[in-house]
Design a protein around this ligand. Sequence first.
Ligand SMILES: *Cc1c(COP(=O)(O)O)cnc(C)c1O
Length: 393
Amino acid sequence: MPNDAPPADWSPLAILTIDIDAVVTNWRRLSELAGGAECAAVLKADGYGLGADMLAPALADAGCRSFFVAHAREGAVLRSCLDGSGHSGARIFILHGVQEGEVPHFARHRLIPVLSTLRQVSLWRAAGAAALPAALQVDSGMNRLGLPAEAFHDLADGLAGLDVVLLLSHLACADDPDNPMNRHQLERFAAMRRRVPAIPASLANSAGIFNGADFAFDLVRPGIGLHGIDPVQRDLAENPLQSVVELQARILQIREIDPPEVVGYGAAFRAAQRTRLATVSVGYADGYLRALSGRSFGAVGGVKVPLAGRVSMDMLTFDISGLPAGAVQEGDFLELAGPTISIGELARHGGTIGYEILTRLGSRFARRYRKGGDVVENEPSSSHPTVMADVNQ
Ligand SMILES: *Cc1c(COP(=O)(O)O)cnc(C)c1O
């Protein structure tokens, strides 16, 4: 494959720009909000699709010492990235725990499993890993993953032989701070924590940090907030975090149509008057949800332009009649998300959440990372053959 890679001077048809400085600023802000608690970073799913290999070293440079991913393989990739950037002391937690036969990989890549079942606990012990650090996840009411309270209380009597460095649980409704479920889970978690008071505890994800100081415990685990998406349900304008992602698509064609001409698949848009159209090079194959058909906007120079008709696999057409004449030309870029249209707004138009938009952004964009005034190009880390080869050993 590397020989087939396009030369760097091919013109990109879409650009995804990720502001690493803004990610670091958001991490610092969340860290402040968490008071004295350690602020970790959750970089599962390749840093929510934005590139864990680019974000982790910058966060570690800023002082982040603990990282969370979901799969052990993600952890191994992250380990070589952190080691390679001079951060070999950083801790990497594996949220989905450990499976049969994997303990040597955990030892070799210095990964800390989050043990969530008695089976995982005995597997870890049986493999003689008792001397290696592990975390325990308890269930405080979400009933997704974690030891139920009774199982935890039984285990708590016999923790000898396990080096438990973190006790954690996860909130189900933290995005809605008025939901009584939050306090209910807090109380259940605090009760379990009292059984093992010497072990550092962690409950809050990004939204949990906004629920109040008593949710912070010893360590907080923000993911989405790092990427500038407001984790709490409120007015989009009240987002206290800094925008990170900008998505631009190149205009392939500009044309004018008159009624009764139509646009796109299903002829779903019909011109009501003379209409100027711009077709750009992004579609649902790039993660621009098809559910956004007829419901979203692009923007040029801060002016929003509505989507005309359906989202195709590789193309979108916008009604740019509202722009001043000559505002854009074929070959220019149009904003799909960025300063005018936040990822949060895009998610609302599509009936989903920012997490889903970010994690679906595909691999066809030219990726640009902004850091300290510089712009670096980088491909998604899944296409780094050297790192993946190392993990396969
Ligand atoms: C994904 C995840 C997080 C991070 O959640 P955000 O809402 O993205 O901040 C924290 N803890 C656990 C267990 C998770 O699965």
